[in-house]
Design a protein around this ligand. Structure first.
Ligand code: AMP
Length: 290
């Protein structure tokens, strides 16, 4: 285990180092909170850390860019890596432990076992990124096995991912509580994302259309509109007017199964995935009837 000399934070690079730190925390009777991330941390990630610190005595943040959730044509190599700045931010928050293994540590030669993700992984992201949730479920299960946390914290920003993890936890009887934390946004509404840094200034402006479209969906819903094609139509129109034309989906789904619905009768969610320039962005908003 490393204590970074210039940063006041413990960093475990291997499973062995991790196990030693966890053992020490458990011996002290501390409750463990887990915040999995891929690094390039922003306020969205830090909000999960703060939530974990409110509820747990020993907070572990993992930083690992998980190769199995990227398709060959996706941005694994290009994914932002800002480890030094990440450690600064986490040491400022006095995080107890960072687990930052290299790829070999978690996927050694011969690795071949994957989680078959639950049905909720199939629509939406599953249509456009067919292997993505297999990789997500696999790495999250590995982290749950490595870090015996009482609570793991995830962001609503990745709404479908949260549902995939909740279903996996239930189906596999994993003894962990999942807490879903609210989406943290920039002042102008853009949902924070590690990928926002890829946006050119013009694309950054166009990207605002995602949160604006979701605002319109929520406003329509509050005014009593329950027909999903009407709400999707509003979202589509706002995206296209802003020049966001590469829309993968802008739709309303059942909040639990993520299956498409025609009419909002129970807890639902509006979700958007669209390409702005070369950057793929996602965002969502809950639509909850009284
Ligand atoms: P990532 O590093 O993108 O894998 O994200 C790690 C965790 O941070 C996931 O649970 C995300 O849902 C969460 N997260 C990412 N962006 C935000 C945001 N803007 N607000 C809240 N949580 C977020």
């Amino acid at each position: 285990m490393q204590m970074k000399p210039d940063k006041n934070i413990q960093v475990a690079r291997t499973q062995l180092e991790l196990r030693q730190c966890i053992q020490a925390a458990k011996t002290q009777g501390r409750s463990i909170g887990l915040v999995p991330t891929m690094g390039a941390l922003h306020e969205g990630h830090l909000s999960l850390v703060r939530a974990a610190q409110r509820e747990c005595d020993f907070v572990v943040v993992t930083i690992f860019v998980n190769p199995t959730q990227f398709a060959p044509h996706e941005d694994l190599d290009k994914y932002p890596r800002t480890f030094d700045e990440d450690l600064d931010a986490l040491s400022e928050l006095a995080v107890d432990l960072v687990f930052a293994p290299d790829q070999e540590e978690l996927y050694p030669h011969g690795f071949s076992t994957y989680v078959l993700p639950p049905a909720v992984a199939a629509p939406l992201e599953g249509q456009y990124r067919p292997e993505h949730f297999r990789g997500v479920a696999t790495i999250v299960l590995k982290l749950f096995n490595l870090i015996p946390a009482g609570i793991a914290f995830f962001g609503q920003k990745d709404y479908q991912q949260c549902q995939v993890i909740c279903h996996m936890v239930k189906d596999f009887n994993i003894p962990i509580e999942i807490q879903v934390c609210p989406i943290v946004r920039e002042a102008d509404g853009l949902a924070m994302s590690s990928r926002n840094r890829y946006l050119s200034p013009e694309d950054r402006l166009r990207a605002l259309a995602l949160s604006k479209a979701l605002d319109a969906a929520v406003a329509g819903f509050r005014q009593g509109i329950r027909d999903c094609s009407t709400i999707s139509g509003y979202m589509d129109q706002i995206l296209r007017q802003a020049g966001v034309t590469e829309i993968e989906y802008a739709t309303v789904a059942d909040a639990s199964t993520l299956q498409p619905i025609g009419c909002i009768e129970r807890r639902s969610v509006a979700l958007i995935a669209a390409r702005v320039g070369t950057t793929r962005l996602i965002d969502n908003a809950l639509l909850v009837p009284e």
